[in-house]
Design a protein around this ligand. Sequence first.
Ligand SMILES: C[S@@+](CC[C@H](N)C(=O)[O-])C[C@H]1O[C@@H](n2cnc3c(N)ncnc32)[C@H](O)[C@@H]1O
Length: 461
Amino acid sequence: METPREVKESAPETAARCARHHVQANTAEMMSQTKLYSIHLSDAFTWLEAREENSIHAIVTDPPYGLKEYTDIEKSKLRNGRGGVWRIPPSFDGCKRSPLPRFTILDDTDIAALCSFFTKFAKEAARVLVPGGHVMVATNPLLSQYVYTSLIGAGFEKRGEIIRLVQTLRGGDRPKNAHEEFHDVSVMPRSGWEPWGLFRKPCEGRVQDNLRKWATGGLRRVSGKNPFVDVIQSGPARREERKIAPHPSLKPQAFMRQLVRAALPLGCGVILDPFMGSGSTVAAAEAIGYASIGIEKDPAYYSVARKAIPALARFTLNGANGRSGEHVPLPRDLKSIHVKKAVAYIEKQTADLIDLYLEQVNVFSAIVGIFGVKALHAVSPYKKHKHPDVAQQRFPDLSLQGKLNPPPEQALESKGSTRPWAIQSHYNHPGWYVVWRYLVDTTESIKPGHPVVIWRVDVVS
Ligand SMILES: C[S@@+](CC[C@H](N)C(=O)[O-])C[C@H]1O[C@@H](n2cnc3c(N)ncnc32)[C@H](O)[C@@H]1O
């Protein structure tokens, strides 16, 4: 049994829908192909200068925030594990953490270079975008003003900011080399969010006129009932995604798909990411069924993107990379309504625990499994049952109608996992498993508007 998943249109369906909205035929060629994207190994400015005006419908991009971190010299320090702008954080709880760039060390010359980079970008973006086209640009609370001023200077309207609520294990908020003397002092707040500037090229006439002519000017609603909202709960890119796309600034699909989807109000047109890195924007567009173009100037990252985009686009947000979609019958007397109720219960109970534990997959999956047992005990004919095997007593079985000591083949086990169900068992349990799969993602929420867990349930005999 599955909770709702993304429904992807076929390319001809998208093309037909766009034709209904009279979107100019500049996307027709891309739409007719099996893949909807093209990527280019190029400097973004060279590519943009050659692009015809009014030919892109939205730009969704995560550029180098401070510029310096993606210069050749800093990238070579990063690749040799030598730090530089890239701070190599100490390991924590046995986990090796990824390097993060430090933006507090930029000097006046760096800032001037940053402003000139974004001024050039803004000018080209204003030229290639159609009227009413949006720019969604990732930045950092310390540097956003330089990016925003450049865009406004090129004629864009500021339409707000999208706040990605993200907790990362950044350290170092205390006075350097004096933290003992000033032990109650934070030099700056420990940041729990990432700003994405939201800008629009002015519309031609009213929004409705612009929507008719260019298919742009607004944002796509999450659903008929729910508008797109500007605060989005997000985890860091998941371990499985980082394996597919090893880029130091990888953005998670769960978040990128929400932005990309919103960027085309009628779902028609072309999205551009001129600084695509490993291609998470392009992959998100491909997953949704939008045409997109990605540009990257670093050959190593370009080659990561070439491989990663199809895999990221296929990445199911519930983490099910195993035998997803396979129909498996439910065990005796367990009905889908029991499973639905259990999902609602687990979701409610674990909502507060996600931020703390999601990244510690083992801990979180144990919590989910245990709440699954409690839920099924309460809502189904299956009852908690202490497993006779001492090693398994952390995860009680569930037995039908409370029958004691059921043979294993009649017992049901509740597990939370990101792994394919085929490898769930670490001991030979010939009975049934309910595998609850999860992630944080509001686009597929079964409770729209709630930053909650998405579940997919496999029952395996
Ligand atoms: C912050 S990263 C983007 C990461 C991306 N969001 C992802 O999920 O993988 C910025 C990327 O822009 C690239 N870049 C920097 N300057 C560029 C330029 N002038 N033209 C094209 N790409 C550029 C860098 O090499 C880097 O990969």
